[in-house]
Design a protein around this ligand. Structure first.
Ligand code: SAH
Ligand code: SF4
Length: 471
């Protein structure tokens, strides 16, 4: 999301506008995820759907970026002839954005040709850009204009997403890449080594986003709590404090911390700035079996994970917890799965993402022997999801009868306002669309599995009306 938001704001700076659907687009950039095979398959079927658009509009440019583009670049260039460019997640972002600026120029030329003559052949007279972005830029030995370097490095850090009628939310990369090499995970291979952005740049970026109206800032990295400022050596807790001290009314979240790197100072910073730093921690468990955790190279045990959870709950008042869990890692026995089930029930996560293990190329687990059948794995996932759902419901019930400060995000399809609490719970209630993008207080009357239902008790509109400023 941070990468897409950054590219979108860079393109807007070049005069582009976002459109509602593919049929209205001159340029389509597909940002890809390689984390599980399913995500990759979705990409291929989507690419198939786009062929017709390209046939109808010869100047349409379709580009592929992100993690699949990192490790399947040559294959994609060969297999999908109608793809205009491919740039991997490891390729230098400023270089890509400079290339993108060229794409826009070429697109304008081709579009003019096309609308002037309506002859497809004329379009073919424009020499197309080399499709492998990295090769194109090193071949050209291009000198990147200073303005583009500045804008490109800003855009590499992320940007704001604000679909029409919704709150503005910013996603800011604080690190890129990962050095952890969890044995199931492809990320270190697609995104490269971990590097942190300078603290000063992040603070400037957040300040800018808040000034531009962002109400929620999500700091993003594969392992945010291993953050180390390359200029000062400042760690993640110091970054959180610095961001929390930026003036303005906004919330800060972060994903994902690694349990092995969760330190007391991070939790103390969260407790010190509850107005800004959300009382929510996404804390990926992956497995409840210490043997599987070791095979996964997660470098913590079940007991250490549980001790970290106890510390988070002790230090951050009212904190809510979410997690990621994988079932069916190679060699996971039924007993080991049951440990995951037990830890999940014991913690009682507010929310959880759970997956069946997906075998990924290049990873260490790729060649680990696996005896468990697909049916058995699906059974474990279904069983676990039931436990997780029951846990979420119990966790949600602790809010019933309480007042919660929420950020109003948008109007839902059923006409209700959709908001989110500091603990990242979805809250629905009746209210005016003018409240979108504001912080209001809601009285929670009911807790469902996926959302809390509430009643509005105070909002900026009410304050205005009390003073006779608005009806
Ligand atoms: N950096 C984060 C994870 C990012 S990937 C962390 O360390 O927690 C998001 C989630 O996808 C992971 O937490 C994991 O649960 C899941 N995942 C990653 N690789 C997977 C694989 N090969 N099969 C199934 N799920 C996977
Ligand atoms: Fe993948 Fe592990 Fe890095 Fe997360 S910490 S991105 S799971 S290698």
């Amino acid at each position: 999301m941070a990468d897409s938001a950054g590219i979108a704001s860079f393109l807007e700076g070049l005069g582009c506008v976002q459109v509602e659907s593919e049929s209205q687009a001159d340029l389509i950039i597909i940002n890809t995820c390689a984390i599980r095979e399913k995500a990759e398959q979705k990409l291929y079927s989507y690419l198939g759907e786009l062929v017709d658009f390209k046939k109808n509009l010869p100047y349409l440019k379709i580009g592929i970026i992100g993690c699949v583009a990192s490790y399947r670049k040559q294959e994609m260039l060969k297999r999908f002839e109608y793809i205009s460019f491919v740039s991997g997640a490891r390729d230098e972002r400023t270089t890509f954005l400079t290339y993108l600026a060229d794409v826009i120029v070429q697109l304008q030329t081709e579009k003019q040709f096309f609308s002037a003559t309506a002859l497809v052949d004329d379009v073919a007279t424009v020499v197309p850009l080399e499709r492998d972005v990295k090769a194109a830029m090193s071949e050209r030995n291009a000198i990147i204009p200073a303005r583009l370097i500045k804008e490109g490095s800003q855009a590499a850090m992320g940007g704001t997403l604000a679909p029409v009628g919704e709150v503005k939310r910013s996603f800011i990369n604080i690190t890129t890449g990962c050095n952890n090499y969890c044995t199931f995970c492809i990320v270190p291979f697609t995104r490269g080594k971990e590097t942190s952005y300078p603290l000063e740049d992040i603070v400037l970026r957040v300040t800018h986003e808040v000034a531009a109206g962002a109400k929620e800032i999500t700091l993003i990295g594969q392992n945010v709590n291993s953050y180390t400022c390359p200029e000062t050596g400042a760690r993640f807790a110091a970054l959180l404090e610095a961001v929390a001290q930026i003036p303005g009314e906004f919330w800060v979240r972060y994903v994902s911390p690694h349990p092995k790197d969760m330190t007391r100072d991070v939790l103390e910073a969260m407790a010190r700035y509850p107005e800004k730093l959300c009382a929510w921690c996404h804390f990926p468990l992956q497995s409840g079996s210490s043997r599987i955790l070791e095979l996964m190279n997660r470098t913590y045990t079940k007991e250490e994970y549980l001790a970290q959870v106890a510390l988070i709950r002790a230090l951050v008042p009212g904190v809510s917890l979410s997690t990621d869990i994988i079932v069916g890692f190679p060699g996971e026995t039924h007993e080991e799965y049951l440990e995951t089930r037990e830890v999940s029930a014991q913690v009682g996560f507010d929310m959880a993402y759970s997956f069946v293990y997906s075998r990924r190329k290049y990873t260490k687990a790729y060649s680990m022997g696996d005896t468990c059948s697909a049916e058995e794995k699906a059974g474990r996932l279904a069983d676990l999801q039931e436990v997780l759902r029951a846990g979420s419901l119990v966790a949600a019930q602790r809010y019933v009868g309480k007042n919660l400060r929420v950020l109003v995000e948008k109007r839902g399809a059923n006409g209700k306002l959709l908001a989110r609490s500091s603990g990242n719970h979805r809250v629905v209630f009746d209210g005016d669309a003018l409240l979108i993008g504001t912080f209001v207080e809601v009285h929670v009357v009911e807790a469902g599995q996926s959302e809390l239902r509430g009643e509005l008790i105070s909002s900026p509109l009410m304050i205005f009306s009390e003073h006779g400023l608005a009806a």
